[in-house]
Design a protein around this ligand. Sequence first.
Ligand code: AMP
Length: 221
Amino acid sequence: MKKVFIFLGPPGSGKGTQTSRLADKLSIPHIDTGSLLRKNIEDNTELGKIAKGYIDKGHLVPLNVVASVIEDRIKKEDCNNGYILDGYPRSIEQAQELVNILDRVGKYSLKDDAVAIYFDIDNEILIQRLINRRSCPKCGTIYNLISNPPKIMDYCDICDTKLITRKDDNEETARERFVTYEKETAPLYEYFKQMGILKEIDADKPISEIWEDLKELFLEE
Ligand code: AMP
């Protein structure tokens, strides 16, 4: 069984929903750089102040900022038995930096212990998904007004908190995030393929079917 699960895919491809389930199933942490950065912004940290401008424009936050967030997180004891990376690495540069981070932290290697799962899906479907995405600011549950709506409109099924729309889920920033994805992140497909650790998932399916496909992939490992 692999120890490091890297989820790759365009914004809104459903990675967040599936990685949360996988984290529960395997009892390992789900490390989501987007959420870690947003938490820094909320807490008004120095890191958060730098990250905010980039996130609001749909651009990548600088390499060293994300690297320090990731390194601090992987160092924690709850990552000793493995972890899921959601939204990191997001460029070839970050993948190379990840190799250095893992060397320093000493928790697993990309080549031997990691699998990269690529969520394959059409961009236009995704733009619609992003615009209709809502999330719970308290427990983090993600909804989609079309494919996975809450039972009571605008309120979380789990903790009854009012749902929010992420600031960067408006159409303009969403489109910019795709441009960034195609330019910076998509090349990781070939990078991980050449490394021999790439697996693909057809992400244009209902959530429950994607979950079944994922489980099949991991039972094979
Ligand atoms: P996400 O929640 O994964 O969609 O990320 C939201 C935003 O956070 C992205 O559009 C980037 O601005 C920033 N971000 C998240 N992960 C990274 C990363 N690995 N490298 C640089 N920026 C990131």
